[in-house]
Design a binder for this molecule. Sequence first.
Ligand SMILES: NC(=O)c1ccc[n+]([C@@H]2O[C@H](COP(=O)([O-])OP(=O)(O)OC[C@H]3O[C@@H](n4cnc5c(N)ncnc54)[C@H](OP(=O)(O)O)[C@@H]3O)[C@@H](O)[C@H]2O)c1
Length: 337
Amino acid sequence: MRIFVTGATGFVGREVVRHLQQAGHDVFALCRNPDDLYVSGVQKVRGDILEPHSFEPQLREAEACVHCIGILRAFPDKGVTFEKMHYQATLNLVRACGKVGVQRYIHISANGVEKNPTTEYMRSKAKSEQAVRSSSLDWTILRPSVVYGGNPNRENFVKMLQDNLSKAPIFPYFGKGEYRLAPVSTWELAETVRRCLENKETVGKAIHVGGEEVYTYKALLRLLCEAGKFKTSLFSLPPVLMSTAAGLLGGFKWFPLTNDMLKMLMAGNDIPPNALTQKTLEVPSVSFRGWLQHGLIEPAGAPALTETAEPRVTTQLQPDDAPAVNTTKPLSPDDAP
Ligand SMILES: NC(=O)c1ccc[n+]([C@@H]2O[C@H](COP(=O)([O-])OP(=O)(O)OC[C@H]3O[C@@H](n4cnc5c(N)ncnc54)[C@H](OP(=O)(O)O)[C@@H]3O)[C@@H](O)[C@H]2O)c1
């Protein structure tokens, strides 16, 4: 299949590009700077999502589109806003797909968007999902939890924690640190994208993508220290103090958290119990602990990434909000495997 992927130089997008290319698809990779994409065998498309004329000719060549552009922090002084980078970018792409006749569309959203959004990040993600749902495209929305293991050259949450834990003698968690996270590998996310593209039953569905191992924030920090052999002492910081600091300093790139990021972290990021998940598509699991300790980013016994070796998925999908089996196993801080 000929697939147009946006955000191709990003943490998630690069892995989606590599995965689809290795699976035998022809990938058109949208990049602002093609020199930043070190993946061979793909057609690099120089363009900007905010200027649709820059990529429409190559989009026209594609049969499907995967949208991996997004930001975690806004920098309004530099014109980088959630409204622009989430909503406007999505609207541009959805309209461009409609215009040039690309009917199949996969949208990378975020876990938690289904709740009542309390942050600009989530509000703009919800608005973007609405733009996708209102279109006449054959869409599938994917809602990942915290993603790990992707493009090592890009910032991401787990890397940010590892970097800070490796340097700091003490490191805070906020309140009791019991909010839960379901870190999911870029392999699982990219494989979910691939299976969705090949399975028409995923059209019109929102699928949550979370890791099988669920950790509290405190347990996750302990695990990162253990795996990296960091001697860092963890301590509880009252959320109000962190919130004040984030309010004052969150506008600076060097400060690790904004107030919105703190809110989202403390709201938890595990998969809702009745959500439709990648498990419905029988995507094999990757162990977060295994990745940390042994660098294993592909699941043991994963099928070879070729079109012919892959068994066809025939699972009957349930409607968007219908209950599905949730296979996540919560781990408390002290009984993490
Ligand atoms: N990472 C996570 O843990 C996580 C979790 C849940 C959901 N998500 C979602 O996954 C998606 C990808 O996130 P990510 O972590 O991969 O982000 P990322 O590493 O920051 O990548 C963003 C990508 O968007 C591109 N981009 C930015 N502005 C652009 C523009 N004007 N025109 C064209 N391309 C532009 C960037 O290109 P440059 O290289 O030129 O900057 C980069 O390739 C987002 O929708 C995010 O909300 C991520």
